[in-house]
Design a protein around this ligand. Sequence first.
Ligand code: SF4
Length: 352
Amino acid sequence: MTDTVTHPFALALEAWYADHRRDLPWRGTRDPYRVWVSEIILQQTRVAQGYDYYRRFMERFPTVRDLAAATEDDVLRAWQGLGYYSRARNLHAAARAVVAQGGFPRDYAGVRTLRGVGDYTAAAICSIAYDQPYAVVDGNVYRVLARYLGLDTPIDTTAGRRRFAEAADALLDRRRPGLYNQAVMDFGALQCTPRSPHCDGCPLAAGCQALQAGRVDELPVKARRTQVAERFLAYIYINVQGNVLLHRRGAGDIWAGLYEPLLLEFDHRPTEPEVLASPAVAVLGAERGTWRCVARDVRHVLTHRVLRADFYALTLPRLDRVPEGFVSVPEPRRADYAVPRLVSLLYERLSR
Ligand code: SF4
């Protein structure tokens, strides 16, 4: 598609955007590093929460060189609380690759090779930073296009992804791709919202197929319902004479590189005697110390699973040796060690 005539859909969106755009700290920049960091933060994070994290991240790592020079622990600490930590590890690894290759890639293929950068993020960076004609397709765009064009191909199928990518490309304003992409994203977030979209006064209403057909609530269509699995965890916060035992998680899951107290996993909701009887607790000699239940059934919801955790605290008078894989940390320095969200909740409950 090389047509440079701007589609009326794009013109209407851009006019709407001029009056309604969100005032966000990453708006107005064309620095690919800043665009990249903001887009990675906004994956799986609400804008209101991402706002403060972006500011703090930029103060801490103002350039890609600063990020590349940081340790992984530094980066994870700056990310703490945002969740989905593979994003931070990928940002860090990609920053090192960018510095090693002498600067930020200038084309889509190069940007797409950066770790953690998919089609959406590459399109956002290339269009916003370089004004290159790549249309973004995210949840907001799926929704706006499905409704405006009346598309009912399921968005989570290969055919759907292809259909929507073609439609997004056809509607893209090739003269102002960065502006257009930001306009369609804001429009989906503010006007054409998932529930109760503001069809009254919508500048696209006259051409909106879903509105004409009374199908706004039906679109977009998904083929599969997301399966949500439950996992049952127990955290044991062990304190030995003012030092807490923390374990650094290895590679292989979303919390790799973060610290946590002793963690047990069960295939059902465990009773307190079951937790006490588990070999990892029994070996500590819990009967020598003070054991208490801090909280039961604390829930943490991730995209495809719900974590249900019980929190316990064990205070021991002494320990012959620190268990393998753990570090002993003076309790006041606990905050130097980045932890998953569930462990932050444990810390909060402990201090109540
Ligand atoms: S008329 Fe309603 S459904 Fe159609 S684009 Fe506007 S807000 Fe979305």
